[in-house]
Design a protein around this ligand. Structure first.
Ligand SMILES: [Fe+2]
Length: 328
């Protein structure tokens, strides 16, 4: 009997490896513990560091669940063999099919859009209605965008390859490369700041970097946001390119049942709100609404319905394509 006690105690724990860290985390995780009695141990680190750590821990890894951002990175973890498939009627009912890996290796829990930012003083929104419009010669020397090795740009290219075909996607990348105001540097926030500062007139960014600036306690950040307009591209066609933050159960999870319960919890109404709002993202469960002034101001938009798993599958082709056009 005495031997059984540690085993039972163990089952009341979940080891969560996460590259997300937001103010809403405490409420998010406390809700799970309150509902299930399962305590959460959190290991937080950078995205790629977490993948390397889980891989090196191997069969002895204590990790039950990995939370990270971008389908392209979840796909990398899947390729590394880190996840085990999970089948859950609750997850399938709650999460739209395009936001989960078809084999159940990982699930999306919040949605982000890759948008076009423009200088309100120098550009009109209707000049950049689509990603394709950024390839027009009129933007020569006027466009800022981060490096192609960044997973957000790899996933964007994964979508363009899927929708336009590789030849057209490459022509787009070549033209955008030729339009750059400067060599790619910095993160998405740096591109928004460069637009506000007049270094470029249009840029590509995930929407929540704009939302962070717009909601910042720093007046200088808000001043950047005020100078920048946001376009959700391709509204008359396939819709804006969207991606996810997501999670999966790890192959050697010591607490598999708790891990599946945790994923199901993340799809619940309250958890969806906390998970999405922590980073100014949208819940993936369509019936859940968040109260967020920046997202409300954006309003509803049409998004590209391709399955986000495609973005990962196209990642090797995307990287090669960017290399061919010398988008560093
Ligand atoms: Fe990000």
């Amino acid at each position: 009997m005495a031997l059984a006690i540690p085993a039972i105690a163990q089952d009341k724990v979940l080891n969560l490896y996460s590259s997300r860290h937001y103010q809403t985390d405490e409420a998010l995780y406390a809700g799970f513990t309150r509902q299930t009695g399962i305590r959460i141990n959190r290991i937080e680190a950078g995205e790629d560091a977490l993948l390397a750590r889980i891989q090196s821990e191997g069969e002895r890894s204590p990790a039950d669940v990995l939370i990270t951002v971008d389908a392209g990175r979840l796909w990398r973890a899947e390729q590394m063999g880190l996840f085990q498939p999970v089948k859950s009627a609750a997850l399938e009912a709650r999460i739209p099919a395009s936001f989960r890996e078809p084999g159940g290796h990982w699930y999306g829990f919040s949605m982000r859009a890759r948008v076009i930012a423009y200088a309100k003083a120098r550009v009109k929104a209707d000049e950049v209605p689509t990603y394709e419009s950024l390839a027009e010669p009129k933007w020569k020397g006027r466009l800022c965008v981060r490096s192609s090795s960044n997973v957000y740009n790899l996933s964007l290219m994964g979508a363009l390859i899927e929708q336009l075909g590789e030849a057209q996607a490459e022509a787009w990348a070549k033209a955008v490369r030729a339009n750059m105001a400067r060599e790619p540097k910095g993160g998405d926030t740096d591109q928004l700041k460069a637009v506000a500062a007049g270094e470029c007139d249009v840029a590509i960014s995930n929407h929540y970097y704009y939302a962070r600036l717009a909601r910042s306690a720093q007046a200088a950040d808000r001043a950047v946001a005020e100078k920048v307009g946001i376009v959700f591209p391709n509204q008359a066609g396939r819709g804006a390119h969207v991606n996810i933050s997501g999670a999966g159960v790890l192959k050697h999870a010591p607490h598999r049942d708790a891990a599946v319960r945790f994923l199901e919890y993340l799809a619940s109404d309250d958890a969806q709100r906390y998970f999405a709002d922590g980073n100014n993202e949208w819940p993936v469960v369509p019936s859940v609404r968040v109260v967020n002034p920046v997202l409300s101001a954006f309003g509803a938009f049409k998004y590209d319905p391709i399955n986000v798993a495609v973005l990962g599958r196209n990642q090797p082709a995307s990287q090669k394509l960017y290399d061919r056009v010398a988008w560093k």
